[in-house]
Design a binder for this molecule. Sequence first.
Ligand code: GDD
Ligand code: MG
Length: 346
Amino acid sequence: MRGLILAGGFATRLRPLSCSKPKLLFPIVGTPLVELMARWLSSGGVDQIILAVNHLSDKLKIEVGRHVAGVTVKFSVEETPLGTAGPIRLAANLLGKDDPFFVTNGDIVSDIEIRRMLEMHEETNAEATMAVVSVPDPSPYGSVLTDSNGKVKEFEEKSAVLSAASHVNAGVYVLSQSVIDSIPGGRSVSLENEVFPKLVRNGRMQSWMHKGFWYDIGRVSEYVRANHELLQKQELKATKPGASEVGREILRPSYLGTRTHIGVGAKVGPLAILSDNVSVGDEAIVRNSIIFEETSIGEKVAVEGSVIGERVVIGKGSRIGHGSMIAGQLSIPEGSIVPPNSVILC
Ligand code: GDD
Ligand code: MG
């Protein structure tokens, strides 16, 4: 079965980290999001993924290649952004005659049971089935009201009115081929504002209530929360003791990617997530932070509560204040004091 991942858009809420790195390549406890999504989709029977892309599409093509986690990958590239529905129409040929097929937003980390969603779609004879979740604050999402059978009665994107009493759109859908026909061609079209309201009015939209984990990593706070919560889950499953070494202190929960180097006297963790090839200098401190691949943290540097992008070099003795984000392969000079909540580059 085929699944389309909506992976265009500019990820402005993840700047500066997203300036040179598409959301789909963001590491989630060291694994690129696209790989997590491919594993999740393939566990539900998807064997071919179509990546609907525009911004940074060349980088994605190079990094993702033709297969991820055993799933075949095809690219559908928009010349100009076509919104959330336009790319589905553009990819109609790649979706072929699969009826129904999957569509998901490209920033979702979840264990939604898509096979069961598909069964629900077929049993209810819906044209679209949307996974919904319950979150403490629904206002940044699409609000969904359903009847007792789960049929969607009202849907409104980022609604101030509906949100109080509703579940939210998880950004994961089973769609029938007829939905493609209803999307106008040649312009940007929104699933949420144009396609779904019509399906709801016609009584053809079903919901699938998801009770497991779900994150939209499109905002930094949620990206960090997803990493921390998944890290804790992995730690619970891990059987071997923490990776403490003589002369270094590695406090759990923490994640060290492959070929990470931790200097003598360094203190790493708790909640330190280091992607592959990260180096932490002697006597440096890294706590409660996410460090992307190939970044180098110098001797006696302190990084706390921050997210550091890939290939950044932080010079000896620097202090990175809580809540900071540094990206763009920057070099921070020795002895720098970066005040809390600093956002550097782009
Ligand atoms: N190909 C393509 N082209 N993809 C796009 C475009 C475009 O022009 N615009 C946005 N996307 C992709 C984004 O990359 C993202 O993966 C997905 O469409 C949704 O866009 P977001 O910008 O992340 O939307 P949101 O998070 O504010 O809201 C959406 O997701 C929520 C759940 O996470 C909506 O679908 C809400 O209803 C939903 O609750
Ligand atoms: Mg999003």
